[in-house]
Design a protein around this ligand. Sequence first.
Ligand SMILES: Cc1cc2nc3c(=O)[nH]c(=O)nc-3n(C[C@H](O)[C@H](O)[C@H](O)COP(=O)(O)OP(=O)(O)OC[C@H]3O[C@@H](n4cnc5c(N)ncnc54)[C@H](O)[C@@H]3O)c2cc1C
Length: 440
Amino acid sequence: MTKRVAVIGGGISGLTTAYLLKKKGFDVTVCEAADTVGGNVQTVTRDGFTIEQGPNSLLKSPRFVDLVKSLKLEDRVLAADESAKKRYILADGKLEAIGPKSFVNGFFSLKTIFGLMREPFVRTKSPEHESVAEFVTRRIGPEFLDKAIDPFVSGVYAGDPRNLSMRSAFPKLYEMERDYGSLIMATIRRKTEKADPDFPRTFSFRGGLKTLITALADEIGNGIKVASPVSEIEETDGKFRVNGGEFDAVVISTPSYVAAKLIESRDEKLGTLLADVNYPKLAVVILGFKTEKIPAKLDGFGFLIASKEKRPILGTLYHSAVFPERAPDGYQLLVTFVGGVRSGDSLDAKTDDELQSLVLSQLNDILGVAGEPEFVHIKRWAKAIPQYRVGYEDVTAACADFEKSNPGLYFCSNFYRGISMGDCVKNAYATADNVEKYLS
Ligand SMILES: Cc1cc2nc3c(=O)[nH]c(=O)nc-3n(C[C@H](O)[C@H](O)[C@H](O)COP(=O)(O)OP(=O)(O)OC[C@H]3O[C@@H](n4cnc5c(N)ncnc54)[C@H](O)[C@@H]3O)c2cc1C
C-alpha cells in the first residue's frame, strides 16, 4: 500500500518536501494553519505594483536550480538587474558602494586593510560558542565588523552579530576557517558545489515569489489542506495520527514555537529550547514614488545601515531597480525594514502613519526623496526570523537527537539548519530523502 506522509506547515520548507515526496510516490497531505500556503512568502499585487511582504530575492544554489528545473519554471525566472551587484552601506554618515575601491578611498582605515592582509596568518580557531562579532574581530578587526558585517547581519537576520552564533548562522565561513585556517585561503582553494553557470546569481520569478509557491501547490494538488492547524501528533502502533488522518511519517515544517507544542510531550527539554527561540518583530514599509521624486540614482540592490549610525531603519531595497517589472513605468518601489533585534520592541508603539513618516524622513535624508509616496503598503511581522543565538548548536543537536529517537518524525523548517529560502530548499531535499529511506 502507498505509504502516507503528513507535512505540517505549508511554507517553502513544507511545500518543497511535500512536492519531492509526492514525486517519490508517497501519498502526501500538507496541513497548513492559514487560509493560504506560502508561509513567509507573501506576494501582493495592487495598483500595478508587485510587492513582497516577506522574502524579496533568492540566491542561486544547486538545489534551487534543481527545483526550478523540476517544476519547469525556467521561463518564469526573473534575473536581478546587473546593477544589483552594487550594494551600499551607510556608515560614517555616507553611502558607500562596497567593493575593492572601499579599501583605497578611505572608507576602511589602514588598520582594517592590514587586518585583511594578516587574515591568512591568524592561527587561532573558533572556540565553542563564538559570536559572529567575536569571529570577525578576531580574524580581521572591529572596523570591518562595524562597517561590513554588522549591516550585512541586519540585512539577512534582522539580527545583531554580537548575539548570533558564528557556527550556526554562517556555517560555511565557520567551516572555511576550520578546514583551511583562513577565510581568504579557503576562498582561493575551496572547491564549491557549482550550480548551472547560465542560471542568474540573484533572482526571483515573474509575478513574484508567489509564482514558485503556486507551482509547488499545483503539483501537490488536493493533498493540501488549508485552514487546518495541527495541535497534536498522536502515535499508536508505529502510525501517527494528525488531524484525524493516519500516517507512516510526519514532517514538522512550522515555526519553532509551534513545533515546540507538537513535540513537548515526547521531549520536554527540546520543547523548551524550541519555545525559547527569539523571533524579533519587524516592519516592512513599502513605498512607491514617481521616479522624479527620487533624485538619487538607484543603481544597486539597496543600502544597509551600520548600527553605529543609530538610525531608526535597518536599510532599504531598491526593489524596482533590481526587478523593474515590480513597479509601473515611471514609478520606483523602495522597501524599507524597521525593527528587528535592534529596535523591534518599539514597533508596537508606532501607528502605521508614524512608521510611514519615520521612513519618509530617512529616505529624504539619505536619498533626497521629496514629497509624499503614491503607493504605501506596510506589513508588520510579529515574529520574523529565528535568531541563531550564541550556543544555538544545542537546539540543532537536540533536533537531530529527537529525529534519531523518534523514527518517522522529522523537522524541516527555517529554525533548523539555515534561514534562507535556499537553505530551506536544500533541507527539504535532504528531508525527503531521509523519509524515503525510512519508509522503504
Ligand atoms: C521579512 C522577511 C524577509 C526575508 N527575506 C528573505 C530573502 O530576501 N531571501 C531569502 O532567501 N530569505 C528571506 N527571508 C527568510 C525566508 O523567507 C524564510 O526563512 C522562509 O520563507 C521560511 O520558510 P519555512 O517554510 O521554513 O517557514 P514559514 O514560511 O514560517 O512556514 C511555516 C508555515 O507553518 C504554518 N503553521 C504554523 N502553525 C501551524 C500549525 N499549528 N499547523 C499547521 N501549520 C502551521 C504557517 O502558517 C506557515 O505557513 C525573509 C524572511 C522575512 C520574514
